[in-house]
Design a protein. Structure first.
Length: 462
């Protein structure tokens, strides 16, 4: 027929008139497609073109040659099925919103809405969201009750969809954390490490997850997935905990309980690796050979020696600048170490290492880059691995040179407060790991007394 489409329902023939053209329907439909709402002008169905929708009737509906047709149920009002030319059949519910808009002449205008309820359930299929006729009709009745009570279910669905779309994700939280916290309140190296942890361990798994939807179980799976590296697992946990604490502060979360709080930490085994006198001798030989044969950069050799002789952290030596060195007082003034500004005392051997270093023109850093004089030396990690391997230092990290400095201080009967001052420890508990070494001289004295008493008992003078 010219103005409509004839549809055979299996029980009676019904006719549905196509929609009146709407110049804004195309753009509006594209904009609101994600809300499962068709806001275009709802077609007018002539009287007598309704049919009692049953499973058999819907199954018998034929697809139009093009476009779509609607068949409306007798009850409830506004409940029907839409048949596409592709054969897809979708249950719909249409209604008018009560007293929502006032026209130009002051008359109330009732805006029409149409909602998709779900596809028709076909036997033998398991399409997500598919509905039987009875289930779709029950849903339409509930929606009709909402409309009669003054509700707007389609508008509410749209508002929820907008809220869900605009709700911040963990990816958004990560960006805000870096900009508002890490970059403002943490050291550059710490902020850089946070970025690395987020990029490698957090965002690949959680970037799209909404902050409000993140659960303790989900966060625990991420942390416990790093159980092979417990130190990193704890770092990830600490970072997530801070991020969600800020999310609560910024009102991104309605709960007052941090979801990371219940995620268990891993027990970390503190490393206490110190070089023995024999290991130090072997390291000294390797350093001398590398320096003589120029097999490794002079910056790396000097860095290893300074790390060992000062007890400084790697970043403190690699970024050391000439202007920070006070030769008259034999000190280094670090303006911004891990624990803030601190002074490092230079022993005669450490000063000798510095005196032997070349200083070229505008060189800013003590250990400058070979390519750029104004940049610090980089790449010591792999060089240290080669040096340690040549010296037979299995499992020795560059940071263990700092531990070795402290262990020798403890062996010389230096008190823990003195060792902490040399290392720049802000917390005395950090220095406490060397307590057993500081007690060694006492043990030696105890052994000597015991030996003397034993000798007295047997009449032997020692």
């Amino acid at each position: 027929m010219r103005n409509g489409t004839t549809v055979n329902t299996g029980q009676e023939t019904v006719r549905s008139v196509p929609s009146v053209p709407n110049p804004t329907a195309a753009s509006t439909s594209r904009r609101d497609a994600r809300f499962a709402i068709d806001p275009g002008t709802v077609p007018t169905v002539p009287a007598g073109s309704r049919a009692r929708l049953t499973k058999r009737a819907v199954e018998a509906l034929r697809s139009p040659a093009e476009g779509s047709v609607f068949v409306w149920d007798i009850e409830p009002p506004g409940f029907g099925v839409r048949v596409l030319d592709s054969g897809v059949k979708t249950f719909v519910f249409q209604y008018r919103v009560k007293n929502r808009h006032v026209g130009a002449l002051g008359a109330r205008q009732r805006q029409q809405r149409r909602m998709k309820l779900g596809r028709f359930h076909v036997d033998g299929t398991a399409a997500e969201g598919a509905l039987t006729v009875d289930a779709a009709r029950s849903l339409a009745r509930r929606l009709l009750a909402e409309v009669e009570a003054g509700g707007d279910p389609a508008g509410e669905r749209r508002a929820l969809a907008v809220a869900d779309r605009d709700a911040p994700s963990i990816g958004d939280l990560a960006r805000e954390y870096l900009e508002q916290h890490a970059d403002r309140h943490k050291k550059l190296s710490s902020a850089k490490e946070d970025r690395r942890i987020l990029a490698v361990h957090v965002l690949p798994a959680l970037a799209a997850t909404k902050v409000r939807d993140a659960t303790t179980a989900e966060l625990a799976r991420l942390v416990h997935g790093l159980k092979a590296t417990p130190v990193m697992a704890n770092r990830v946990r600490a970072l997530l905990s801070k991020m969600f604490a800020l999310a609560m502060k910024w009102k991104w979360l309605s709960t007052e309980i941090n979801p990371v709080a219940a995620v268990d930490r891993y027990r970390e085994k503190k490393r206490q690796r110190f070089l023995t006198a024999d290991e130090l001798r072997r390291l000294g030989v390797v350093l001398a050979e590398a320096e003589r044969d120029a097999t490794e950069p002079w910056q790396a050799i000097a860095a290893v020696r300074l790390l060992l002789l000062t007890g400084c952290r790697r970043s403190e030596i690699l970024t050391l600048q000439w202007t920070w060195i006070d030769r008259e007082r034999g000190m280094i003034h670090l303006p911004d170490s891990k624990t803030g500004a601190k002074a490092v005392y230079l022993s005669a051997p450490a000063m000798a290492v510095l005196d032997a270093l070349p200083k070229r023109g505008r060189q800013r850093y003590v250990l400058s880059s070979a390519r750029r004089r104004t940049a610090p030396f980089v790449g010591i990690g792999h060089i240290w691995e080669r040096l340690a391997k040549r010296a037979g230092l299995e499992g020795v990290r560059l940071h263990d040179l700092r531990h070795t400095f402290a262990s020798f201080g403890a062996g010389l009967n230096a008190g823990l407060p003195m060792i902490g001052a040399l290392l720049g420890h802000a917390n005395p508990s950090t220095t406490a790991r060397y307590a057993h070494l500081a007690a060694d001289p006492v043990r030696q004295l105890n052994d000597r007394i015991g030996g003397a008493l034993e000798g007295a008992l047997v009449g032997i003078t020692r």
